[in-house]
Write a protein that binds this ligand. Structure first.
Ligand code: IMP
Ligand code: MG
Length: 176
């Protein structure tokens, strides 16, 4: 079975939406420093593109949690594969994700990070796929809300491929 990728959201549309989100974030933080936390690997492209548009003092930090492996279904558990290398206590944290699907990963991660006592904690996701949501995640900044499709590009993968696409593509699994 070979997959086929079709454009769902163009590079231009993503750039424009990131400009808008960054404007909103710049307004909301009133110039206060922000620790931008990326959930690896999927969040990395959005993090970098967003961070370039932020005007307050910004620091970057990374976490990696396990999710899909090579299938398209999220497991009920998350495992911290890589933790932050800085304390977030008393800081403004902006967590950047590629996509919220079931919400399991982010709802667990959110609880874990809130226990560390950040001054503020906000979430920015490039994509929201609400149809399969099983765990609620308060999300302040959403790029695009999309239907229940499996997507790749702009950081997101299928079997570790396609992360480098500058657009969001929908994956079709055709028989042939
Ligand atoms: P959740 O726990 O079901 O919300 O899934 C979280 C993670 O699964 C996301 O951060 C992505 O890394 C990955 N994921 C969810 N949907 C997709 C998709 O359509 N394409 C690629 N990765 C996805
Ligand atoms: Mg992710």
């Amino acid at each position: 079975m070979k997959e086929r990728v079709e454009v769902m959201i163009s590079a231009e549309a993503i750039e424009k939406r990131l400009d808008e989100l960054a404007d909103e974030i710049n307004r909301d933080f009133h110039g206060e420093p922000v620790e931008v936390v990326c959930v690896l690997k999927g969040g990395v492209v959005t993090m970098v593109e967003l961070a370039k548009r932020l005007t307050m003092p910004v620091t970057l930090n990374f976490m990696e949690v396990s999710s899909y492996g090579n299938s398209t279904e999220s497991s009920g558990h998350i495992k911290i594969l890589r933790d932050l290398d800085e304390e977030i206590t008393g800081k403004n944290v902006l967590l950047v994700e590629d996509i919220i699907d079931s919400g399991r990963t982010l709802s667990k991660l959110r609880k874990l990070l809130l226990q560390r006592g950040p001054k503020t904690f906000k979430i920015c996701t490039l994509l929201d796929k609400p149809d399969r949501r099983v765990a609620e995640v308060p999300t302040e900044y959403i790029g695009f809300t999309i239907p229940d499709a499996f997507v790749v590009g702009y950081g997101m993968d299928y079997a570790q491929r396609y992360r480098n696409l500058n657009y969001i593509g929908e994956v079709h699994f055709d028989e042939n």
